[in-house]
Design a protein around this ligand. Structure first.
Ligand code: AMP
Length: 254
């Protein structure tokens, strides 16, 4: 979809190598993207990757990549995680943390990172803070994308995703030019299992109960940046960059 690397080390694990290799950036941006499912974090991560160079690291993408692998059986923990994911519930913290810790090289990478879908609970956020402090890799900001619930439900239930390049469409607001076919790579466009009504309800409840408290967690750390997620993806991205600039000036002023 973009000039993103194939993120092999993130999607397949540390024994895989990213091609092309991620370039070092100065400064390397290290951001956490917060917001309810369907708010557009994945789309923003792609756009921010183009503008800031940092790599888009989505934990949901790691689970989906594991689910689509046909060359090996998933481990028992991963098989359980995939069943949980299909229901729209949260994968246990221990499983998610093991997966992230295994990929710590992606957090150390000189290209920086955009964490999308992680952390999702206070336990995960505390583990991440501890790890990043130990590694001396401070976060620049936690960006919270804000959108009313009714709009979120409409976005999720109409969302369609390309099975290959992961481009995102919407049945009414942004349909592909040819029904069911991706505009970018001509692959099939499908409805994610967890974008069905029953799963959407479970995902939004999980967000309210477990992930919303992270807004306060990062506000207390002084790195929360709130961005309204209305308008076109480009408008939201521009708004994000302005907000990040203000946050950087605020931090520099001490
Ligand atoms: P996403 O693509 O971020 O919406 O993630 C899809 C699904 O993967 C979620 O509904 C969860 O089942 C699972 N998942 C992804 N990231 C996490 C996480 N950090 N903690 C728990 N479950 C997660």
């Amino acid at each position: 979809m973009t000039n993103q690397t194939n993120r092999a080390a993130w999607l397949q694990g540390p024994s895989a190598e990213c091609t092309p290799k991620v370039r070092k950036h100065d400064p390397a941006w290290r951001l956490v993207l917060l917001g309810a499912p369907g708010v557009g974090k994945g789309t923003q991560a792609e756009l921010l990757h183009e503008r800031l160079g940092a790599c888009h690291l989505s934990t949901g993408d790691v689970f989906r990549a594991a689910a689509s692998r046909t060359d090996c059986m998933p481990s028992p923990a991963m098989a359980k995680a995939l069943a949980v994911m299909r229901r729209g519930a949260l994968v246990p913290d221990a499983t998610v943390w093991e997966m992230v810790r295994e990929r710590v090289g992606c957090l150390r990478c000189g290209g920086g990172f955009l964490l999308d879908g992680f952390p999702r609970t206070l336990t995960q956020a505390e583990s991440l803070t501890e790890l990043l402090e130990k590694e001396k890799l401070p976060l620049n900001a936690a960006i919270n994308y804000e959108l009313p619930v009714a709009e979120i439900v409409s976005r999720l239930s109409g969302r369609r995703t390309c099975c290959k390049c992961k481009a995102v469409f919407h049945v009414t607001n942004h349909p592909p030019k040819h029904e069911g076919i991706c505009d970018h790579c001509n692959s099939a466009v499908f409805r994610r299992e967890d974008d069905r009504e029953e799963s959407i309800k479970v995902r939004l409840e999980a967000y309210q109960a477990s992930t919303r408290p992270l807004i306060e967690y990062y506000r207390r750390q002084g790195i929360l940046v709130s961005v309204p997620a209305t308008g076109s993806p480009e408008e939201i991205c521009d708004r994000t960059l302005v907000a990040l600039q203000l946050q950087a000036e605020y931090s520099a002023a001490g």
